[in-house]
Write a protein that binds this ligand. Sequence first.
Ligand code: OGA
Ligand code: MN
Length: 301
Amino acid sequence: MEPTITPVDASFGAAVTDIDLANLDEAGWAFVEAAFIDYAMLVFPGQDLTSEAQTAFGRRFGAIEALVPGMDIPSVPLSNRKADGSVLAPDEHLFQTLRGNEGWHTDSSYMPLASKVALLSAQVVPPEGGETEWADMRAAWDALDTDQQDEIAGLSACHSLYHSQAEAGYVIETGAGYGYHDKGAPLRPLVKTHPVTGRKSLFIGRHAYSIPGMSEDASRKLLSGLLDVACQPPRIHTHRWQPGDIVVWDNRCLLHRARPYDVSQPRVMRATRIAGDPATELATTGPDKRASGFVPSAANS
Ligand code: OGA
Ligand code: MN
């Protein structure tokens, strides 16, 4: 069986059918690996993978990033329901994490080692909303004029979950655990060169703030202006999930976000995050601020 690949209507992305990811032979993997580099995002409808099969497919792309540190849970259920079936309340950490995912971001850019690839599959989907969207930051870079490219070429930004969750309306206390930096914030160039394709892309999103050498206000204006322009057609694609679908995307050159939905409706996804390569996804350490303008002192750190 030869897989069939159908590009989606955007500057990136394709759907792949006639393929069985649970029983992928070497020829099948070679096909996926090449298509992934060409399209940056692949949708595989109706695969219905078990958690183990999703993890095994994820491992083809690299080492799994442990989303629950210290625990061997490679593929994590992302559900707005608790184990007893009740709906998460707005003051719960996971509720706030799920709402936070509704802002454009790239995964784990707030960690010293950012993620390079992510996989998401749908188990239960709400009747309306709850789509996932991606945006092509290679095409966004290409769309800037040379003056704009020159203006940002040498700049870096801090990345932090304290910052992005505060912007989403959730103030997180110091020492909140996974993803919340305890020394300097990771500092990452605004322009990233893809380690495989060599293509440049904008490396921005909701976790990015505070550009060294610029005021907080100017940083905010620059970053939000870039994000607004970047995440526009034909550089975006929206996937309306069916249970059993799995999508894999390249965090090194795409942003993504969840779309809102009625949170009284269940939405159950399963996420697998692949760690970046230290040679290309490791951040340097930036200033010790948890959000724009926030500098810890002896009294409040
Ligand atoms: C994620 C994420 C988006 C969604 O799992 O990292 O951003 O649609 N998910 O649930
Ligand atoms: Mn994400």
